[in-house]
Design a protein around this ligand. Structure first.
Ligand code: PLP
Length: 366
């Protein structure tokens, strides 16, 4: 779809498309930033929910210091748009990727996560040979049991190795409390997150006791940032997905204060029964993992099944007059897996199309 549709009314556009309510997203961005900055922390939002430089720049306009990415290729997209302070919160392995990191160091100020000497030493050598210095950040396993060095001696050894090697320097440490987001008892959730953050901050203390500066202590996600932002010693928050405030965060992680800003505009293509309709958006448009989509504006309509190109919705008394050709909006359960299925975000101010943003990080999986 070309830019010539700018100004169109949402319901005049062809479907399915991925829509952003700009007023709500901008308010979510500002609220997240204000929450984090008012607690004396910096904000480095993970970009995996949007993968779009225009949105990263909007977050920076609201106070973020840069972005968190998962992949070198995502970081390249962000650097090309002028974002400098980029954390790649993932283990980067292999000569090809290290070469890309060396190049990235000439255009931005990346930080690369690591949990083993084998990821550090070859990159350090390549950086030193190229005359650049790359910032590195051990990821500490604070209970997620995904990646990460053990707190204590293992993390200290990594920090000391980075400190010693030419070509790299220690930016700080990170951890992700992803295993604690869905604890339903709020007091228990808070207690466990505080404990995990104490473990992380303890690593910084141990590193600094050896005379090695460890400035950044980075953690947090949307499902936990309202707690992690209040933890002593944490300097930076990676929470990103709150800009869309997906139902998954609200229903499963107890996220409050932010509103749904993402939707899929769809068309009713079949009405097999009075109490059931079928939309033109299946799994190739919206990913059903974690949480099925919600139906916007029709509270008695419920998504029951998604196949490749069909979305089945049961209808109650208020929604059962919807007919073939009508357009409605669905709120994806979890943006991350839905964004990557689309070429563009369609940004609306009220119901008028204001911007079309190519999702430039889509497909950037290396
Ligand atoms: N940081 C890391 C390293 C992550 O893996 C994640 C989520 O998977 C997050 C932060 C949180 O991201 P979000 O706020 O989008 O849920």
């Amino acid at each position: 779809m070309s830019q010539s549709v700018i100004g169109s009314h949402k319901f005049d556009l062809d479907t399915p498309i991925l829509c952003i309510d700009l007023d709500i997203m901008e308010a979510n961005i500002q609220k997240m930033s204000d929450y984090i900055l008012s607690r004396g922390k910096t904000w480095r939002p993970h970009e995996k929910c949007h993968k779009t430089p225009a949105i990263a720049l909007a977050q920076m306009g609201a106070g973020a210091i840069g972005v968190t990415c998962a992949k070198v290729s995502e970081a390249e997209v962000m650097a090309a748009a002028g974002v400098k302070d980029i954390l790649i919160a993932n283990m980067i392995v292999g000569k090809t990727k290290w070469e890309r990191v060396v190049s990235l160091c000439r255009h931005a100020r990346p930080i690369i996560a690591c949990d083993h000497y084998a990821q550090i030493e070859p990159l350090a050598k390549m950086c030193a040979d190229a005359g650049v210095v790359c910032r590195m950040m051990p990821e500490v396993n604070i209970g997620l049991n995904r990646v990460g060095s053990r707190p204590g001696q293992d993390t200290l050894d990594l920090a000391m190795a980075i400190d010693k090697l030419e070509g790299v320097e220690l930016a700080g440490i990170m951890g992700y409390e992803g295993h604690l987001l869905q604890i339903q008892d709020q007091a228990e959730k808070e207690e466990k997150i505080i404990e995990a953050m104490r473990t992380l901050v303890g690593c910084k203390t141990t590193i600094e006791a050896k005379g090695i500066p460890c400035e950044i202590v980075s953690a947090g996600g949307t499902g936990s940032y309202q707690i992690t932002s209040n933890c002593e010693g944490i300097t930076e928050l990676q929470a990103g997905g709150g800009i869309f405030a997906d139902p998954m965060y609200v229903n499963k992680c107890g996220l409050t204060g932010l509103d749904y800003s993402l939707s899929v505009l769809a068309t009713v293509v079949s009405r097999p029964e009075k109490g059931r309709m079928v939309l033109d958006c299946g799994r190739k448009t919206m990913h059903p993992d974690f949480q099925l989509p919600l139906v916007k504006a029709w509270p008695d309509a419920e998504v029951t099944a998604l196949s490749a190109e069909h979305c089945a919705v049961t209808l109650g008394p208020e929604s059962q007059d919807l007919k073939i050709g009508d357009k409605i909006e669905l709120i994806p359960g979890y943006a991350d897996f839905t964004t990557i299925l689309h070429e563009n975000f369609y940004g609306f101010r009220k119901d008028r199309l204001e911007v079309v943003w190519p999702i430039q990080g889509r497909g950037k999986i290396q």
